[in-house]
Ligand binder design. Structure first.
Ligand code: BG6
Length: 495
């Protein structure tokens, strides 16, 4: 592959000094075409990649290099904002991009791959496994046999890592036999989102919140990731995973960890991840009949999203007609430690909901003695999507006579505050971290396993007690039972 022409750096930050080959298994899949290549294109256009870096997409289809580049261009054009897509940048990016047809399940194909790559021991090699997790173990073993897993090789695993604790342990052990832990990057793209990192900045760079960030001052926490999308063309995968494995086990538990963890002693991979693991280990188990009390599963039926009729989940492509996979989950979580004893964390995620919104709400306790009648507010809202925003909702007096109060917002609109900078996609940041070998924003082996340890008994509880998903109409706020989960404690979702 030819090296790409050097471009002036657009963002005033030096390009990576590390030259690298990035190999993307699953190169014709949605993740590669929809997320990874557009992210790499942006990094290229901003001049962040080493001039010599090459990208090699791998998949079974017999594409030529030119045909793959044409496919990649179509998908990137659809994904990248028009103003950010220009011909010269694309040509430079395409010069880095190559395609190699191979079957990741066939050991012999890795010998061919090694020949194709040639000797380049001094280069960092990143293997990005954008494939189903049942290929992870084989790919790692085949890379080793072909002599492709030398000390400068790194491996990136997409979630979900397995579908249970046992399968995650098997994958981690197989990967660990080839790559030592610092070279394994388990990606959770939520950790690459700006506002998620801002949550750490908010908590640990401002003295204001720490004294009240605990039981005694906080009434409860809500973490909601609601989507209007359905399962699109991922029905085959999703029908085996469901919302619990697809979202709660990783993204929502990661958000919970960042809200709840203690301040790490340093901002580095070990210190941050040590604190997150402590939270996962402190989650109060939910098992057996508890699932009926503390969890709600749902599945969408036909409805309307943005005025358009959409079908029920069980009519989606590649989904079983009698599927009982959940597309919605709400859970009441407790953390058994000194800081959080008695403070419920409500987690909720769903597809085909009324609006797309990912947010964390910290509801503080009301004042101990109310002077001014009823009032709510007293809450901090951290919104990840659709816009990035942190707002503190306080009670203030209505102008004029009398003490009539109303909630007002102290608003930090991050997109406006940093409006001159293009907002990075989570994958851009995370891909640079992988190349630089920084695993602070990636999940460590024990973290993934601790999350499964807590999740598995809930899924078992659902099956033991035949808790089939409650129907909810597409375009609604989820099943009624999810409202009752909060209403019975006189609370409600912040919809
Ligand atoms: C992925 C899930 O990890 O996250 C998808 O597999 C989900 O089902 C997606 O749609 C949501 O990500 P985002 O960044 O759009 O909130």
């Amino acid at each position: 592959m030819a090296g790409a022409p050097a471009r002036p750096n657009r963002v005033g930050v030096p390009a990576l000094s590390i030259s690298c080959d990035m190999l993307v298994f699953g190169g014709t899949g949605d993740l590669a075409l929809h997320k990874l290549l557009p992210a790499l294109y942006h990094l290229h256009r901003d001049g962040r990649l080493h001039a010599d870096m090459r990208i090699l997409a791998l998949a079974r289809s017999p594409h030529s290099r030119a045909a793959y580049q044409a496919l990649a261009e179509r998908r990137c054009r659809a994904q990248v904002a028009r103003a950010d897509f220009d011909e010269a940048s694309w040509q430079g990016f395409a010069a880095r991009l190559d395609y190699f047809a191979m079957d990741a399940g066939q050991s012999a194909d890795f010998g061919r791959l090694a020949k194709h790559l040639g000797q380049a021991e001094e280069r960092v090699r990143v293997y990005y496994l954008a494939t189903a997790p049942d290929l992870f173990e084989d790919i790692a073993a085949h890379l080793q046999i072909a002599g492709l897993a030398g000390p400068r090789a790194r491996i990136v695993l997409e979630k979900p890592i397995g579908h249970s604790l046992e399968s995650a342990q098997a994958i981690n052990a197989a990967i660990g036999a080839v790559f030592d832990e610092p070279r394994v990057f388990r990606i959770d793209h939520y950790l690459g989102k700006e506002t998620v990192q801002n949550l750490m900045a908010l908590r640990f760079a401002n003295a204001l919140f720490e004294p009240v960030w605990r039981a005694g001052h906080i009434d409860h926490v809500q973490i909601s990731v609601c989507e209007t999308l359905g399962v699109e063309n991922r029905g085959g995968y999703y029908d085996h995973a469901g919302a619990m494995r697809d979202m709660i086990q990783n993204h929502l538990l990661q958000l919970l960890c960042l809200v709840a963890m203690e301040a790490p002693v340093r901002f580095d991979a070990e210190a941050v991840r040590n604190e997150k693991v402590k939270i996962l280990e402190a989650l109060k188990p939910i098992s057996g009949l508890d699932v009926q009390d503390k969890t709600v599963r749902g599945q969408y039926t036909a409805g309307k999203i943005g005025g358009q009729e959409v079908p029920a989940y069980y009519f989606e492509k590649q989904v079983d007609n009698d599927s009982d996979t959940e597309t919605f989950v709400a859970i009441q979580v407790e953390i058994d430690n000194w800081r959080w004893a008695g403070v419920p964390f409500y987690l909720r995620t769903g597809k085909r909901m009324a609006r797309k919104a990912s947010e964390i709400l910290i509801q503080f306790k009301p004042v101990p003695h109310r002077l001014f009648g009823d009032g709510e507010a007293n809450r901090l809202l951290i919104r990840l999507q659709p816009e990035e925003r942190i707002s503190l909702q306080l009670m203030a007096k209505n102008p004029g006579k009398g003490m009539r109060l109303k909630p007002v917002e102290l608003d930090l609109n991050l997109a406006n505050a940093f409006s001159k900078q293009r907002r990075w996609d989570a994958y851009e940041r995370l891909l640079l971290d992988v190349i630089e070998g920084d695993s602070t924003l990636f999940m460590r082996r024990d973290e993934v396993e601790a999350a499964w340890q807590w999740i598995d008994p809930i899924i078992q509880g659902w099956h033991q007690h035949y808790q089939s998903p409650r129907p909810y109409a597409a375009g609604s706020n989820g099943p009624e039972q999810s409202q009752s989960l909060l209403e019975r404690h006189a609370r409600q979702w912040a919809d």
